[in-house]
Each structure stands twice: as C-alpha cells, then as structure tokens.
Design a protein around this ligand. Structure first.
Ligand SMILES: *Cc1c(COP(=O)(O)O)cnc(C)c1O
Length: 397
C-alpha cells in the first residue's frame, strides 16, 4: 500500500529529512586543507553529547560493535580479567566478544528484565583484593529487554570498593536520548553508534575515551591495527583520518549534531521520557500487558519490550504488523524470542508518530487473536500525553 513505512525498531531509527539531505554531497579530497574544519566541528560537537571536557571522541567506520572491540583491544592486555553483567542479548554479545578475544570474564548473571546490580558489582570488586579485574563493563540501556541501568551507581560501587579498574559503558541505545555523563561518572570508554539516538544510518562507531583509558592503551600489548586509538588520534588532532572516512556519514553527523544542539540535549531527554510514558501507558493501562522490564527503576525511555500473553507468539505479531500495516516492530532476541515484541521510541519522533506504532501493534495483536480492547492502547497513550502539564518544547527544525 502507498504511504510510508513505520520504522519502530530501536535502531536504525528514523533519519530526519534535513540529515538525509545533508548527506547528498559530492565527494571531496579528505586530505585537502579544508577537510579539518569538518573533522573538528564533528569531534567538538560529540564532546557535548558525551558531556566531556577531558575525554577524546573517536569516530570509526564501523558500528557500535567495532567500538566494543576497540575498547577491549586498546585498553587491555591479552587474557586480562574483566567484570561484566549479563541480562539481555546486547550485554550477552559483549561478554561473548570478550571470551572470543581470550579475556577472562567474571560474569554477573542477572534475570532478563532487570539491570546492572551495583551491589553485586561492588561485592565482586571488593573480593578482588589483588586487582586482577582490569575493566568493568556495563550496558547502560539493554535494547533487547528495554532496561536502563544506573551507570552512576556502578561508578559509585567501584569507588566504594576502592578499585582501580577501567569503566567501559555501552551507551549505543542511550547516547543522545537518555542522559550520559562521561566526566561526571568517570567513564573510561563509552561505546556508541550512529544509527540510534544520533539519527543517522548505521556506519559509524562513535566512542569516547578518557585520559586514563589512553594511558592504558599506551601500555597495552594487545594486537590491534585498524581500530588503534593512537593512529586515529594522531591524525584527528590535525583534522584528518588515518584512512578514507565516509564523507556522507561525516556530513550527516555534523547535521545531526546541529539538530541535537538546536533542541538541546536536556530537552531531548525530557522528550524521550515523555514519549516513553505514553508507550508504557498503552502497554500497561490500555492493553493490560506487561513490559519485559520488571520494575519502574529499569524502564527504558528509548525502547519498550512488550510481553505477549502466554500461548501467543510475538513473532506473529511482528510479521502481521509488517506485512499488513507496513509497521516495523523490533523482534524478541534469543531468550525472549517469540515472547516479546519491541517498540523503539528514540530519535526523531513525536506523539503522533508513536500513535502509528501503538495503533499498528494493537491491530496486529488483535489480528493474531490476542484479546485486547480495540483502541485501548491509543486511548491510554492519548490520556497520558494530554494529561502532562508541560509538553516538551518542539524541536526548532
Ligand atoms: C544496537 C546495539 C549494539 C550493537 O551495535 P551495532 O551498531 O549494531 O554494532 C550494541 N549494544 C546495544 C545496547 C545496542 O542497542
């Protein structure tokens, strides 16, 4: 049917039209005297997004996964011990990468639907009296379950334990949508990507490294080449890249950083919280269904994983939504496959766009036989948003 596809997976997200247009550029010489202007503008803009003065943002031609690998291979030595928690497909994949690269992972296993347990991190760090653990890994927003963790609490646990390990944070589906504070939380490496809160196509790994992480990188004997921080930084200080950068992606990033600056980071966080509230109202009050996230402290403002009733397959809901209503919902991954479908609510969106996703999910659920009241999700979201005293300010775009 004509009309647009409703893209409501939690990444890639909708790319604003002005960002798409900014990417339609003729190619340029990436060694020209003019090129450093673009590099410098983009890297300076990223510092604001990471909330850092002292950290160094780096943009790799990869996705978020490449930055996971960069963090591990730059800052650690072969076989080093790391501490990580696992409570969803993304925190699992990072652990899996550590193991495949030969690191010794102490895993804190957590129920899917909960987040990073600061008390258990603290206990593990206190038990590590010889400081064998070299890095602590946390997934700020577990995209598979719609769970946000308190990174500040993990930093506090590390400080209380008096542990010198590096802190690596996966903020792929949080950065520029849920508050992240590189300097205040003393994060050593933040890992992100272009296709979520930054509202770009996939293709850039966007990361930020602390001074402490760079010192560790100078000591590290781990083999690495393409993802070497120092190679990148040596070129970036002069405004260049060690290899051919993707020009359209850099122009797109420049524009998306402008879009973000115009709305204001804090306004963006408020808007995401406000929009997420409407989705949660639709799920819980409207449809009478449960979120995968088990308690309000874990609720994510960028993605909701919705549990379908026993006896139904969430994959059928997703299939129906796509084929009949041109709506893309996120699938349940691994342990929650078939049990949940996900609505991504991050990036360039507003209430009425989300109403499309809520209405479409509702129609698809009814079509596969799930007993919900027609219109109930839309009504609950409408009620929620209309009852908020202050609507977040409308983006200047
Ligand atoms: C999307 C995502 C990733 C993977 O990023 P890619 O850009 O697909 O490599 C990692 N972690 C989280 C939390 C994510 O949401």
């Amino acid at each position: 049917m004509p009309g647009q596809n409703f893209l409501f997976v939690p990444g890639p997200t909708n790319v604003p039209a002005r960002v798409l247009r900014s990417m339609m550029v003729p190619m340029e010489d990436h060694r020209s005297p003019k090129f450093p202007d673009l590099t410098r503008e983009v890297l300076a803009g990223l510092k604001t997004v990471f909330k850092t003065e002292k950290g160094t943002p780096i943009v790799f031609p990869s996705s978020g996964t490449g930055c996971w690998e960069a963090a591990l291979t730059n800052c650690l030595n072969p076989g080093d011990k790391v501490l990580a928690s696992r409570f969803g497909q993304f925190s699992h994949l990072w652990v899996d990468m550590c193991q495949r690269l030969g690191f010794d992972v102490e895993i804190i296993e957590v129920e899917w639907g909960e987040g990073a347990p600061a008390d258990r991190y603290r206990a593990a760090l206190e038990a590590d009296t010889q400081h064998k653990i070299k890095a602590v890994l946390v997934c700020q927003n577990e995209t598979a379950t719609g769970v946000t963790s308190d990174v500040a609490a993990i930093r506090a646990a590390m400080n209380l334990a008096g542990h010198p390990a590096l802190l690596f944070v996966d903020s792929v589906s949080a950065l520029a949508s849920i508050d992240f504070r590189m300097d205040e939380w003393a994060v050593d490496v933040c890992v992100s990507g272009s296709q979520k809160g930054l509202m770009l196509p996939a293709g850039l790994g966007v990361t930020c490294v602390s001074e402490k992480a760079l010192e560790a990188a100078c000591q590290s004997k781990h083999p690495r080449c393409y993802f070497d921080y120092q190679d990148m930084i040596k070129n970036n200080v002069n405004g260049y890249f060690p290899y051919t950068p993707s020009l359209p992606m850099l122009y797109g990033l420049k524009e998306s950083l402008t879009v973000i600056a115009e709305e204001g980071l804090e306004n963006i966080f408020v808007r995401h919280h406000y929009l997420a509230g409407g989705v949660r109202a639709a799920v819980q009050e409207g449809w009478g269904l449960k979120l995968c996230a088990r308690a309000p402290q874990w609720y994510s403002d960028t993605v909701s994983a919705i549990v379908v009733p026993e006896g139904f397959n969430a994959a059928h809901v997703i299939d129906r939504a796509f084929k009949r209503y041109n709506l893309s919902l996120g699938a349940g991954l691994s342990k929650v496959a078939g049990k949940v479908f996900r609505i991504g609510h991050l990036g360039d969106l507003n209430e009425l766009m989300l109403m499309g996703a809520i209405a479409g999910a509702e129609m698809a659920m009814l079509d596969v036989g799930i007993q919900i009241e027609p219109g109930s999700g839309v009504a609950a979201a409408s009620q929620f948003w209309r009852n908020q005293k202050v609507a977040p300010q409308v983006a200047a775009a």
